[in-house]
Write a protein that binds this ligand. Structure first.
Ligand SMILES: *Cc1c(COP(=O)(O)O)cnc(C)c1O
Length: 428
């Protein structure tokens, strides 16, 4: 494949945008080469500026669970745009999407919309601190909760890809209130709670981790966190920015039947527009301004275009509950295919999968936390990435990312992908 125009566009972008991109992982630094500039996308495919077609396994890092340019979402946005794009005043649409989200997700009474997953997690932690009147939080190494200061302590996603999980610019004062735990290790969490008695406001966790590859929780891990939180007056925050409305209608709370105190959303909830949200039972949510003392606001929060896209997306998922099973079946099919061809070429690997999230790690050991995820053979991943790209299959340009399966993928697309992996495996 040729990327002539993409390379030119990247050179121009680099002059006026740091690294040529508005979010670091897009720059291909972890895999080498120049990023591909997208012109358009439809269903399972993206088309780049050089006219190449790519089967997309990233889907805007998760939001496009029904495929690109999903017709009901596109028309909802177009129709709303004609009526004005932002008012800074309430609209009926905000209540409609809030009511639907509250109906779909267990254990929440109220929801507040923001503009990104970062904002959702940042606001959820502020709310938890205000509500519990405590300062510290526990987060897990390799989990990513957006780029706000408190979370850039051993963060996942682009932060690990670039070797800066602890970003300069985060003050020591902020960092000291973030305690770091190991994913899937309850003893470690118990020790932190013991050492910081009555100081911990919240434990924030990706209930299925997706930002160090895909790492499902071990049996009992989330149940254990729930119990420790309840016993110690700590709020359990599920960051479902990636998993919400993807792994089940009601997210991981529904899938694994565990109650969180606060839930964060992003990605799918915006249907591909910039949306985040956080939600909880009434007692907690009423602690927010204007009812309560914890301040949180946004000029464009609840923006009509974003809400129209999100509502059309949630309606589609709500009215077709079989989608989640179909997504899982397609992912299982892909899993079996990759497993078959990599084994045939004697390549050492581990595949993690849950629902429509899957990741391939070039290491033989189980991948259960940040340390084990970091053991993967990165040189091999680079070859794998570029080999697939050359075959017209786009996976994330980093070994620390999950692949996202969309309902727009056909079994022919999956077979095409497995055949491409078979071909690339010969070169690994
Ligand atoms: C993507 C992501 C975020 C950040 O969302 P942005 O919209 O990029 O700010 C937070 N948490 C998780 C689990 C995510 O996957």
């Amino acid at each position: 494949m040729l990327y002539k125009r993409s390379s030119q566009l990247f050179a121009e972008a680099e002059k006026v945008i740091p690294g040529g991109v508005n979010s670091p992982v897009r720059a291909f630094k972890a895999v080498g080469g120049t990023p591909i500039f997208v012109k358009s996308a439809k269903g399972a495919y993206m088309y780049d500026e050089d006219g190449n077609r790519l089967i997309d396994y990233i889907n805007s890092w998760g939001p496009m669970v029904l495929g690109h340019a999903y017709e009901p979402v596109v028309s909802a946005v177009i129709e709303k745009a004609k009526l004005g794009t932002s008012f800074g005043m309430p609209t009926e649409l905000e209540t409609q999407i809030a009511a639907l989200a509250v109906a779909m997700v267990p254990n929440i009474d109220k929801i507040r919309f923001v503009n990104s997953g970062t904002e959702a997690c940042m606001s959820a932690v502020r709310l938890a601190r205000g509500f519990t009147k405590k300062d510290k939080i526990i987060k897990f190494a390799g989990c990513y909760h957006g780029h706000s200061d408190s979370f850039l302590i051993q963060a996942g996603s682009g932060a690990i890809t670039f070797g800066s999980p602890n970003s300069p610019g985060v003050t020591a004062g902020t960092a000291k209130d973030t305690l770091l735990a190991t994913y899937n290790d309850l003893d470690n969490v118990a020790a932190l709670i013991e050492a910081n008695k009555n100081e911990i406001a919240a434990i924030i966790v990706e209930p299925v981790a997706g930002n160090m590859g895909c790492i499902p929780p071990n049996k009992g891990f989330l149940e254990g966190l729930r119990q420790m939180c309840t016993d110690n007056g700590i709020l359990l925050i599920f960051d479902e920015v990636m998993t919400g409305f993807r792994l089940a209608r009601g997210g991981v709370q529904e899938l694994l039947n565990i109650k969180a105190d606060i839930v964060c959303f992003g990605k799918v909830i915006g249907g591909g527009l910039p949306v985040g949200a956080f939600a909880a039972r009434e007692e907690i949510m009423n602690y927010l301004a204007p009812l309560g003392p914890v301040y949180q606001a946004g000029t464009l929060s609840g923006n009509p275009l974003a809400m129209a896209a999100g509502l059309a997306m949630l309606q589609a998922l709500d009215s077709n509950p079989t989608i989640f099973k179909r997504l899982e079946d397609k992912t299982a099919y892909l899993h079996a295919g990759i497993d078959r061809v990599l084994k045939a070429h004697n390549i050492v690997f581990t595949i993690n999968r849950i629902g429509s999230m899957i990741s391939v790690h070039f290491d033989s050991n189980p991948v259960t936390d940040f340390k084990s995820a970091a053991k993967g053979d990165n040189e091999r991943f680079k070859k794998f990435f570029h080999g697939l790209l050359n075959e017209g299959v786009y996976i994330a340009p980093s070994a620390y990312e999950t692949w996202f399966i969309t309902d727009a993928l056909s079994y022919e697309d999956l077979d095409f992908t497995i055949a491409a992996i078979n071909k690339v495996a010969q070169t690994l």
